[in-house]
Design a protein. Structure first.
Length: 136
């Protein structure tokens, strides 16, 4: 009795595909967990900075510090308008960075995440940010 080659190959191919999917699933799950952890850390740090800013304003202006946080959308209110312009510019820079990161190959992103310490904005990033803020 000769075994049919297709009957032998189908289970083998099923196993190969299943193992490949399992490997990639674990990889994507790990990346998702790392992204969630980074997001949670960023949220905590942002909240901490905001609380410190509120504390500073409360100490400097105890009577009306709540009112000092409102930023108008009216373009005729000059300091508030400039604050919104800087905010929008910084948001635009963050979106550009996000798009750049999303266009990087997966292997390069994995290597960056595997570093022992998180990457800190270097002089190149600082110089770029200063140049872009100067042109806003």
């Amino acid at each position: 009795m000769k075994a049919d080659l297709t009957q032998l190959l189908v289970p083998l191919l099923n196993d190969i595909v299943a193992v490949g999917l399992a490997r990639n699933f674990n990889r994507l799950a790990k990346l998702s967990i790392q992204a969630a952890a980074e997001s949670a850390m960023t949220h905590d740090l942002t909240a901490m900075l905001l609380l410190q800013l509120i504390r500073q304003e409360a100490e400097r202006h105890p009577a009306d510090f709540e009112d000092r946080f409102a930023v108008s959308h009216d373009p005729t209110v000059q300091p508030d308008f400039r604050i919104r312009e800087v905010y929008n510019h910084m948001r635009h820079m963050a979106r550009k960075r996000q798009k750049r990161l999303m266009s990087q190959p997966l292997q390069q992103l994995l290597e960056q995440y595997a570093q022992a310490e998180p990457a800190v904005a270097g002089t190149e990033s600082i110089a770029l940010a200063e140049t872009e803020v100067g042109h806003a």
